[in-house]
Write a protein that binds this ligand. Structure first.
Ligand SMILES: *[C@@H]1O[C@H](CO)[C@@H](O)[C@H](O)[C@H]1NC(C)=O
Length: 669
């Protein structure tokens, strides 16, 4: 037992001796788990909470297969399906790009389309990718109690070439816009954490408080460097994030334009009682957006206070506009690429707190204060045009936002300045898109495609086999107000078995992805090396890994479209069946009634009645007659007039028999 471990240690030390100077001083030969929470007040009186849990497993080659912290299910998943990168998100609600921002890393990475979205990159030969994808969807749907296995069918997923992520061939993308997300998806997600939801920051995740939010997105991002084609030797990194937009309890603060004051216990109904003991670091951040910071500085100046930026950020946690209930342990400033001023991150170390002394950060606003979030360069919306159940068209419009154009990468003053916009859209096969009808308008004037389309990749849908895919790179003039593109489609017919149970609701077309490759969302922490030990901040900064830098363009999702298709009248067969059944029931019911009526029973009733009433002779005669007919001795009558003997009832029986006979006669004709 002892020897292998020692040799392993020796090997590890040796390898470290050689490798540390080269590149990866960051990559530690240990499993590691960190938990972080970012809180950010939003301009529309809401609060963004972003939980970030990261587990890291060292490379199998040097560490082996046994893990203490890293979830075994995920380790097996990576190895069985040879996953290089994977992202699975469960989302409820729609991210409000106009109010909650569209330029920062959180909105680009964590604002997701409603329902389930899954994409994965496999490290297998291209002809095997589909088989691996199918098995992966089944495993994930078992793991997360969701119908991810619907993504198995080739009509629901696509293989983007370059419009979504730059992995040609081995990338698959699928989305289920109608999947409902609930606690049964969250519980397996929490089970992957070493402390589950019993301790640490995840203990805040009380189901009622997080599901009553305006937006809720639970994500799992997996990066692995276990296979040969990886450039870095960093093992497997599992990032679990949960992004929730909540409205703090509406305590009346007097004026409507006051931001609501809140605290962790008022948002989540709980306080933080220390960190998860297995976590290497545990921190809470409160971010004040750059726009709010510059607003504060202006107000500061007006009030005649000194604005030394350094001093200001130190004292900013208690100022005439807002106040934090706990002094931050550390204050960091981060500059972004689209703004002059920097946003401020207040950091709180959670290891100081315990059950007896719990952490309950509060933010109290003291004066009315207004700011706005940084928005994406263009705001995208998508809608349907046309009427009727045969044809229609999809339109995507892009409107400029008040972005600070000066700070764009490209040179804006020139005539030749171009803004690149990538559009990725996948449509199900029953929406048959005619790609030749693509029209592009810039400032409401139609454009020749050759002028505005830089690159285009289209794979048309095939009936009941594959969805249609469009990847489009537009180069638009920088000084535009709006751009629009329209594309026509006709609606296909489905087989009756292919309709979902609520077909009349319409069919969902998954969100299109709009990205702006010339804009980067990264924040930059100047002169701050310690950021690299905090996965959340280094992800916002995205400089830990070289490859990540290319992959953080500003990205937004459009709305899901609801297309009404021609649906058969599912109620008609039902109506026909019910009316036929009613008629048959009437017919056979009355026929059987007549045929199976027991005469003996009638007699007894007759006798009984006669005895009671001493009735008329006819009935006695009749009963005598019936008795004779059967060859039985006549008993003195006890029953009164039977139904048979009453002429009215007799008539009824005859009528029913006649109707039945007539029916039979006519129906047999
Ligand atoms: C996928 O699953 C099927 C059935 O379990 C199995 O036969 C097949 O080998 C698996 N394929 C891959 C690529 O794992």
């Amino acid at each position: 037992m002892l020897l292998p471990r020692q040799t392993r240690l020796a090997l590890f030390l040796l390898s470290n001796l050689f490798f540390i100077p080269i590149a990866f001083s960051l990559v530690e030969e240990q499993e590691q788990f960190t938990e972080e929470l970012l809180l950010k007040p939003l301009p529309d009186r809401k609060v963004l909470s972003h939980f970030h849990f990261q587990s890291r497993a060292p490379p199998t080659a040097s560490y082996g297969h046994h893990h203490r912290l890293f979830p075994k299910a995920i380790y097996h998943l990576v190895h069985k399906y040879r996953i290089r990168e994977m992202e699975l998100s469960f989302t409820q609600g729609r991210w409000n790009y106009e109010r909650w921002g569209g330029f920062d890393p959180i909105s680009s990475n964590n604002a997701k389309p409603p329902g389930v979205e899954l994409w994965a990159v496999f490290d297998v030969p291209e002809h095997l990718v589909d088989a691996y994808w199918k098995n992966l969807t089944h495993t994930l749907s078992g793991l997360f109690c969701a119908s991810i296995n619907f993504l198995e069918s080739s009509t629901t997923y696509a293989a983007p070439e370059w419009g979504f992520r730059p992995f040609t061939g081995s990338l698959r993308y699928g989305s289920l816009p109608r999947e409902a997300v609930c606690t049964e998806n969250l519980t397996p997600w929490l089970k992957l954490l070493p402390c589950r939801d019993k301790a640490g920051l995840s203990a805040l995740l009380e189901r009622p408080s997080i599901y009553k939010g305006f937006y809720h997105s639970q994500q799992l991002h997996l990066t692995s460097a276990e296979f040969k084609s990886a450039e870095l030797d960093s093992g497997i990194i599992l990032e679990q994030t949960l992004t929730v937009v909540l409205q703090p309890g509406t305590k009346r603060t007097g004026l409507a334009y006051f931001q609501p004051s809140w605290s962790i216990s008022s948002i989540f109904g709980k306080q933080i009682t220390g960190k998860c003991v297995l976590a290497k670091s545990s921190s809470v951040f409160l971010q004040i957006e750059s726009d709010a910071v510059s607003e504060l500085k202006n107000l500061w100046k007006e009030n005649g206070m000194s604005v030394k930026s350094n001093e200001m950020s130190k004292n900013l946690w208690s100022n005439p506009y807002f106040e934090l209930s706990i002094a931050p342990d550390r204050v960091r400033e981060a500059s972004s690429f689209n703004s002059d001023s920097s946003s401020i991150f207040y950091e709180f170390f959670i290891q100081k707190y315990s059950r007896s002394e719990s952490f309950d950060l509060g933010l109290t606003w003291k004066s009315p204060f207004v700011w706005s979030c940084p928005k994406a360069p263009l705001h995208a919306t998508r809608f349907l045009m046309g009427s009727g159940n045969e044809r229609g068209s999809v339109a995507i419009t892009l409107r400029t936002t008040e972005l600070n154009w000066r700070l764009m990468d490209a040179d804006i003053s020139e005539e030749t300045c171009k803004l690149r916009v990538d559009i990725f859209q996948m449509v199900p096969w029953y929406v048959k898109v005619y790609y030749h009808t693509l029209l592009v308008f810039v400032d409401e004037k139609p454009q020749a495609l050759i002028d505005v389309v830089e690159r285009m990749h289209v794979s048309p849908s095939e009936d009941k086999v594959s969805p249609g895919l469009m990847e489009l790179a537009l180069k638009l003039p920088c000084r535009l107000n709006s751009a629009a593109l329209t594309i026509e489609f006709s609606k296909g017919f489905l087989h009756i078995d292919e309709y979902p149970p609520d077909a009349n609701q319409g069919f969902d077309i998954p969100s299109a992805v709009i990205s702006f490759p010339s804009f980067k969302t990264r924040l930059h922490f100047p002169n701050d090396d310690s950021v690299s030990y905090l996965p959340l901040l280094s992800k916002l900064q995205a400089s830990t890994f070289v490859c990540m830098q290319e992959r953080s363009p500003v990205l937004s999702y459009t709305e899901v479209l609801l297309v009404p298709l021609t649906t058969p009248d599912f109620s008609m067969p039902y109506n026909v069946i019910t009316i036929t059944c009613t008629v048959f029931a009437l017919y056979f019911g009355s026929l059987l009634n007549v045929l199976r009526r027991r005469v003996g029973e009638e007699e007894r009733i007759l006798k009984k009645k006669a005895a009671n009433k001493k009735t008329n002779r006819i009935s006695i005669l009749l009963s005598k007659f019936f008795a004779k007919l059967r060859g039985r001795p006549w008993e003195p009558p006890e029953s009164p007039v039977s139904s048979l003997s009453s002429p009215k009832l007799l008539l009824k029986v005859i009528v029913v028999a006649a109707v039945a006979a007539g029916w039979q006669y006519y129906s047999s004709k």
